[in-house]
Design a protein around this ligand. Structure first.
Ligand SMILES: O=P(O)(O)OC[C@H]1O[C@H](OP(=O)(O)OP(=O)(O)O)[C@H](O)[C@@H]1O
Ligand SMILES: O=c1cc[nH]c(=O)[nH]1
Ligand SMILES: [Mg+2]
Length: 209
């Protein structure tokens, strides 16, 4: 079974409260999502491999550690996942970025794919898949399925709000994929929106409602 990491850092919890507030406008919402993603990147990269290398300081040679050759890719699920990319890239500027376009059909709630563009060596990369919302789990599970079809086998999923149901669905469908969530909410409503949640993350990021 995959691991679930729920954030407990006060800065993250404070900023999550602010994005949940319906009075937070698109500009502030975007800035906060960016900041939360940056803070979560710190937690979600804690176990990345380091290599020993020798460097020379102005004083002497020394043995030190750098990121191993294992390469990273950040993959947002469009649209809302786009809001999390810059925060991650600001800490991991060498990462490549793939895009998976999915929307959730409002009637069937099934994810519909409309775009997929990934780095050509995606199979060799350690992947951070990002989407602010894990509701029924259908979109994240489908995106991970696409990545695995392309040969990816080292994937972690990062979201801001996860529902209990979404976590269960994802862990059953992809028990190898660890989940990093800033908050876990218990309920989904009749339209499969997370309760209390924050509403429609894509609409709030891009001002489309
Ligand atoms: O876990 P699920 O039940 O699949 O729901 C979560 C998905 O729904 C939202 O996307 P949406 O369909 O609103 O598309 P958008 O990002 O373009 O707004 C959200 O960003 C996730 O991708
Ligand atoms: O609560 C939800 C559920 C799906 N997608 C969202 O943006 N919000
Ligand atoms: Mg949306």
């Amino acid at each position: 079974m995959s691991k679930l990491f729920v954030m407990d850092h006060p800065l993250i919890l404070h900023k999550i409260s602010m994005i949940r507030d319906k009075n937070t406008g698109a500009k502030e919402f975007r800035e906060l999502v960016n900041e939360i993603s940056m803070l979560m990147a710190y937690e979600a990269t804690r176990d990345l491999q380091l290599d020993d290398v020798e460097i020379e300081t102005p004083i002497c040679k020394m043995q030190t550690k750098v990121f191993s050759g294992k390469k990273l890719a950040i993959v947002p699920i469009l649209r809302a996942g786009l809001g999390m990319v810059d925060g991650l890239l600001s800490l991991i500027p060498v990462a490549k970025v793939g895009h998976i376009g999915l929307y959730r059909d409002p009637d069937t709630l099934e994810p519909v794919e409309y775009y997929c563009k990934l780095p050509s060596d995606i199979a060799d990369r350690e992947i951070i898949l990002v989407d602010p919302m894990l509701a029924t789990g259908g979109s994240a599970a489908a995106a991970i399925g696409f990545l695995k079809e392309k040969g990816a086998n080292n994937i972690r999923f990062m979201c801001l709000i996860a529902s209990r149901k979404g976590i269960d669905v994802l862990q059953k469908a992809h028990p190898d994929v660890d989940i990093y969530a800033a908050a876990v909410d218990e309920e989904l409503n009749d339209h499969a929106y997370i309760v209390p949640g924050l509403g429609d993350a894509g609409d709030r990021l891009f001002g489309t409602k």
